[in-house]
Design a protein around this ligand. Structure first.
Ligand code: PAF
Length: 432
């Protein structure tokens, strides 16, 4: 016999009658006895569209059923009361039954998580439980932070066993809105979302750059929590690369030229850490920003070649209101160079507009963007190239096709100071 607690709620129709009807049905079910219930109290809705107040309470039950059978019965009660399961999240409903506690079992699956992860934050659940004298288990911390690779793998396995579709957002921290957009997309598409925060030494060719990379785990964790990330994997360098570490992923033509030409070993370092993260995380999907278009092409290649079983999802660039692509490096720009840096977006747009007006000569498009870059004396352009949209293969000098061309640019700013900043940006000529 297991003692369980159910959250009760309703804000459509005869709220009290629906709740009482469900409790009578549960009590009449073999293997369930409703022991007692809290008073029902009126509460304001949390989230969702504008809607009326709820009637909420908690019921204590004893049951011989397994947790899943109890959940299935609760769902049947909700459905029979007229609940629309296709409605948007937090939409009004004639009946809501949540399994809050099921003995001292811990369950983390797609359909059922007990103890209920959010019950501490919800006074409409916490107060009725207190009224019944039920002590809440310690509140879980969000996101869960895992440092050891094998612990993270164990969590990933637990999620997979629970039939959860899992999304991974690899990052090096110093999170900004661009990362948040990846996390939110993963949140929409997956049952569980993990982010990784690891400043990967293998992808830095200069130790000063590695040292200067901003690190603020507490700030990053707060951002992950707000974006709905379930777990963060933040390993120490020694656990990713123990002393005897000797194997590296060799990268192909995607890594040639552009970033690959100026940052020796960078993409091999990225590919090695990403492959390790894929092995550790076993995610169904991994989310990468299109701002690092060459990195995305390298990772897509790697995922195919190594058969990692993780689907790679490229996500659009997120820009500041003046067009500058979001990057952890933007914070390093002084005010003059920050203002000057918008030239990158302007130059890409000039080429894109010309393309949309019918220009198909690669040389002419590059020249139009170059002319725009040259208007900004603080911008030291490193490369400006037209490549194939996804593979980043060279497009040659022939007239461009109507779709599938991407322009990529890299430039240095603050070149007269000791800490110059390198920025990259890109744009699909047909899209964006
Ligand atoms: O894009 C990044 O932040 C990093 O290159 C990545 C993919 C997390 C690998 O370290």
């Amino acid at each position: 016999m297991t003692r369980a607690y159910l959250g009760l709620g309703a804000n459509l129709g005869d709220r009290e009658a629906s709740i009482r009807g469900a409790l009578a049905r549960l009590d009449a079910t073999p293997g369930i006895r409703v022991v007692r219930q809290s008073t029902l109290r009126e509460t304001e809705p949390v989230g969702g569209p504008p809607q009326g107040p709820y009637l909420n309470g908690v019921a204590e039950i004893d049951t011989t059923l397994p947790a899943y059978a109890l959940l299935a019965l609760c769902k049947a009660c909700e459905r029979d009361a007229g609940r629309d399961f296709d409605a948007e999240r937090n939409a009004p409903r004639p009946l809501d039954l949540d399994v809050l506690l099921f003995g001292d079992e811990r369950i983390d699956t797609r359909d059922l998580v007990v103890p209920h992860p959010r019950m501490h934050e919800r006074s409409f659940v916490a107060q009725p439980l207190a009224e019944l004298g039920v002590a809440l288990p310690p509140a879980p911390t969000f996101p869960r932070v895992v440092h050891a690779p094998d612990e993270f793998t164990a969590l990933a396995i637990e999620w997979t066993r629970g039939d959860c579709r899992t999304g991974l957002v690899p990052t090096m921290g110093a999170l900004h809105e661009g990362h948040v957009s990846l996390m939110r997309r993963a949140r929409r598409e997956c049952d569980r979302v993990a982010a990784t925060i690891f400043v990967n030494p293998l992808q830095f060719d200069q130790s000063a750059d590695l040292e200067a990379y901003p690190r603020d785990l507490d700030r990053d964790l707060a951002i992950c929590r707000d974006a709905g990330v379930d777990a963060v994997f933040a390993p120490a360098p020694a656990s990713m690369y123990p002393e005897a570490f000797a194997s590296h992923v060799a990268v192909g033509s995607e890594a040639e030229g552009m970033e690959g030409a100026v940052r020796a070993g960078h993409f091999a370092g990225v590919a090695t850490v990403v492959a390790k993260l894929f092995v550790v995380a076993r995610a169904d999907r991994a989310y990468f920003g299109e701002k690092d278009a060459q990195q995305l092409a390298v990772v897509r290649r790697l995922a195919i070649d190594l058969g990692v079983g993780t689907e790679i999802v490229g996500c659009p660039i997120v820009r500041e209101s003046d067009g500058l692509a979001m990057s952890s490096r933007n914070a390093r720009l002084g005010p003059r160079d920050r203002a000057a840096s918008t030239v990158l977006h302007r130059a890409l747009r000039v080429a894109r507009d010309a393309f949309r007006e019918g220009e198909r000569s690669a040389a002419a498009l590059v020249a139009s963007a170059r002319a725009q870059l040259d208007t900004e004396p603080l911008c030291a352009t490193e490369y400006l190239e037209l490549r194939h949209e996804r593979t980043l293969a060279s497009l040659g000098d022939d007239a461009l096709p109507d779709t599938g061309a991407r322009m990529l640019v890299a430039a240095r700013f603050d070149t007269d100071s000791a800490c110059e900043t390198r920025l990259i940006d890109n744009m699909s000529l047909a899209g964006d």
